[in-house]
Structures are given as C-alpha cells and as structure tokens.
Write a protein that binds this ligand. Structure first.
Ligand code: ADP
Ligand code: ASP
Ligand code: MG
Length: 453
C-alpha cells in the first residue's frame, strides 16, 4: 500500500491512512509512504538556494509540520521522542546544505541525501501513528531494501539485490504480524550511499517491494479516484477508468499521467501483480485496476495523456536516402549525451524526435549538425491517445485531427504496440486540444453507449 504526499499532508490525513491500513490488516500489508506533500519541493529548493543560512531557515516550517502532526496524534512521551528525531534530522540537513555550498562537485550525491530526509521522517511518523492506533508497525529504512546503481537523482534499482534485501528485511516482520513502513523514492548504492529514484518515485518503490514479495496486489493511494480519462487539472469532467491493461497504463504514465510514475508498471508485469489506484479521501471507491487482461471495452479510446516542456528536433539529410548506419550514428549522439528520446518518426530524408530533457541539447545539436540540417523547436507538448481498442480500429486519426484541425500538429506516431496514437502540438495550445479531444472522444462514446442500451 503506497500513500502519496497528499495522503499524508496533515494530522487528519495521517489518521485517515491509519484507518485504511487497519482495514487491510488481515492481508499483511507493507506500507510505502512519500514525504508529506510539498516537503520534497521545499528540500530541493533549499539545495538550490545560494544563501545557506536562508536555505536552512526556509526549512523550519517544513520540520515544524512534522512536529505538529506528532503532537496532535501521539501521546506526549512518544511525540517528544519524535520531535527530537526531527530536530536531529534538521541538524543533519543543515550540515549537508553547508557541505553542498562548499563543494558543489558533490551536488547530486548531497541533494539525494537532503531529499531522503522527507521520506525518512514521514515513514517514521506514520509507523508511530499506526502503533499508537493499535497496529503493530515498524519503520524500515528503505535504503536497506532498494539497492541501486550510482546514478544519483535518478538511480536505477539493481533488481537481484533489491529483491533479496527487501525479502530479508520485510519477511521476518510480516511473519511476526508487524506492518513494515518504509519511505518511497529513496534507496542506497551497494556501498550504502543514499540515492533517489527520480521525482514521483515512491510509486516505483511500492511496485519493487510488491514484486520482491510476490504481493497479491500493489495499491497506489492518491488524491484522485484512480486513473482518469484525462488529467483532471485540464479536464475537470474526466472520469475514472475501471480497468486498464499493463500496456495502456504504462503508455499513459510515460506520456504524462502523473498519477503513476512511468516505471511503476514494469515490476508488476514481471510478476503479474495487479496494480490498483485508489483515492485515500474516498477509500470506498473501487478506483482503477491495472492488470494483464486486455479487456474489450465499448470504448476504443481509454484515456488521453499529455505532457508539456517537450523539445522536438528534426534532422534532415539527403545522405539518409538509401544509406545504412545513419540512424545508428544519429542515436549514438543521444546515447553519448545520456539523453532519452521519447517519440521518433522518420521519412526518407529526415528524422524527427522529441525529448523531455533538453539540458545537453547545445552539445547534441553541434554533433548532429555533422549529420545534416538540424531544426529545434522548444515549448512543445506531446498528446497521447491510448486504448487497446485502437488496434485495428480505423478512422481514429481522422477523428482526432478533424477535432483539432485548426491546431498545428507535428511529429505524429502510432506506437509500435498500436495501442497509442501520439503527436506534438505547441505548448500553449495543449489544453485546448486535450479539452476538445476529450469532449469528442468521450462524449460521443457515451452517447453511442446510451443509444445502444
Ligand atoms: P501522489 O502524491 O499521491 O503521488 P501525484 O500528484 O503524484 O500524487 O499524482 C496524482 C495527480 O496526478 C492527480 O492529482 C492529478 O492531478 C494528476 N493526473 C494527471 N493525469 C492524470 C490522470 N490521467 N488520471 C488521474 N490523475 C492524473
Ligand atoms: N517525495 C518524492 C517526490 O515528491 C517522491 C514521491 O512523492 O513519489 O517526488
Ligand atoms: Mg506521485
């Protein structure tokens, strides 16, 4: 059971989590928890502030929020002990921030150490709250379970080590009927240096732990009722999707549905474990169930995802025509600069692709220019229409493009899995495009369904 930041935002939210865990007590849950909402952002901001004293002072309210939950929910002696724990964490954080200011070469290592404080504190606090609520619970240091490579700020777990360590740490507790509570998002290298899995990574921790233990289900508890047909911040009338296949969920997560970290689905697929996304504010609702089944839905399109801040790059070269080895040379440029490519389309003489992370772009462009003419467009957004039913349903492209015919669309791709249809638009038009597409693809479906019944 993974609880996101908003599920542990304040004392009332912690109490609510305790009720949800208590209701699942019989199923022997393992609890994974994010930092309290906003805490990771605040810690990160402190690592960027050039004035260390100001940065340290800026974190006072963040640490006080933990005190406040403890004093509201725990008996005095237990609260006092926890407040001491928070004070020493605050002291350590201050030291790390000072080291960071003195030695920026170690930035990523120290940043991970600072950010880990959020999850270490929320998990310690939740374990205390559960124990006080009559549930035998114990905090487990996630860094003893999630063992990663040394790629600080976006570390990749070493699967064998992670599975083994998680089993060794967690099984004895479960056998003793104790609920283990661990912070998401954080891990450690084989040498024990703290790492993090990338922003939003607590979902991934839950999936790794679930897979390591062969869990019956991986539950992601958040602030919305499952995966919705579109981002609710753009389309307020978006509806919960009852069921998704693993591939559908993976595509949605990858193309911007923030409700699931993109890597969450992989460990679940490998062990065929269902993933359920539930609303901690409305625990009675079934939410969304993600599983191996590719169910035939009356809806061809299940959801629309989108992400902004995308850069597209087009490389045009007559040398491509009939040549082999060209694409390889091109992709090697991105590999050398450790830059991930999202979407790729090719014609006879040009390749277009999209990137999330454009930080190495100047160097990349310099090398690409040796291969052909390069055009870079910043401020783009990717829209991705997803559904198993897209396989073999003709006319989807026509429907999509006629709905947004006045919006300039580039980089069109039907994913190799043929369950997604992806394209780029200008960032300032993405909300309009997603709203219109949702209206066209979902309203009509609903009317069809009502008509047939
Ligand atoms: P948590 O802190 O629980 O991990 P997140 O903020 O990371 O929560 O993810 C939940 C948020 O994801 C929702 O509040 C919603 O705004 C956003 N979101 C974006 N796309 C979708 C979608 N298709 N379905 C549900 N939520 C989405
Ligand atoms: N606390 C981390 C973040 O804000 C991890 C997570 O919430 O999943 O990115
Ligand atoms: Mg999240």
């Amino acid at each position: 059971m993974k609880f996101g930041g908003t599920s542990v935002a304040d004392a009332a939210a912690f109490e609510n989590v305790a009720r949800i865990v208590a209701a699942e007590r019989e199923a022997l849950p393992v609890v994974v928890v994010s930092a309290m909402s906003g805490v990771t952002d605040n810690l990160l901001a402190a690592t960027i502030d050039s004035d260390v004293d100001k940065a340290i002072a800026s974190l006072e309210p963040t640490f006080r929020r933990h005190h406040s939950v403890a004093t509201k929910l725990l008996p005095a002696s237990q609260a006092e002990q926890f407040v001491e724990q928070v004070s020493s964490a605050a002291g350590r954080t201050g030291e790390l921030l000072r080291r960071l200011a003195q030695d920026p070469s170690e930035r990523k290592v120290l940043q991970d150490a600072v950010l880990s404080v959020g999850e270490m504190l929320s998990s310690a606090l939740l374990a205390e709250v559960l124990t006080h609520g009559g549930i035998q619970a114990r905090q487990v240091d996630a860094r003893r379970c999630i063992i990663t490579d040394e790629e600080h700020t976006c570390a990749a777990p070493l699967m064998g080590e992670t599975f083994l360590s998680s089993q060794n740490e967690l099984r004895p507790l479960l056998e003793g009927n104790v609920v283990p509570v661990l912070g998401g998002f954080i891990g450690a290298t084989t040498r024990g240096v703290t790492t993090t899995l990338g922003r939003g990574g607590s979902d991934y921790t839950a999936a790794l732990i679930g897979a390591a233990l062969g869990a019956e289900e991986i539950q992601i508890w958040t602030d919305v009722s499952g995966v919705l047909t579109a981002d609710p911040r753009v389309v307020p009338e978006a509806q919960t999707i009852e069921r998704l296949s693993y591939s559908e969920a993976a595509e949605l997560a990858y193309f911007g549905a923030k409700v699931l970290h993109p890597k969450t689905i992989q460990p679940a697929i490998e062990r065929s474990i269902p993933v359920r996304i539930c609303n901690s504010r409305s625990p009675g609702e079934p939410g969304t169930l993600v599983g191996p089944q590719t169910e035939t839905s009356s809806r061809t399109v299940k959801a629309i995802a989108h992400k902004t801040g995308v850069t597209t790059v087009q490389i045009t070269s007559a040398r491509m025509l009939g040549a082999y080895g060209f694409l390889r040379a091109l992709f090697e440029v991105f590999e050398r600069h450790r830059t991930v490519i999202d979407v790729v389309t090719t014609s006879e003489v040009s390749v277009s692709l999209s990137l999330d992370d454009a930080s190495s772009l100047p160097a990349i462009v310099e090398e690409l220019e040796q291969l052909g003419t390069v055009r870079v467009e910043k401020g783009r957004a990717i829209i991705c229409v997803v559904g198993e039913g897209l396989r073999g349903t003709p006319g989807i492209a026509a429907r999509v493009f006629s709905t947004i015919s006045d919006i300039n669309v580039t980089l069109i791709s039907q994913g190799a899995s043929s369950i997604n249809f992806t394209f780029a638009v200008e960032e300032d038009q993405v909300k309009e495009a997603v709203t219109r597409l949702h209206e066209a693809l979902f309203r009509t479906n609903k009317r069809h369904k009502e008509h047939r019944q």
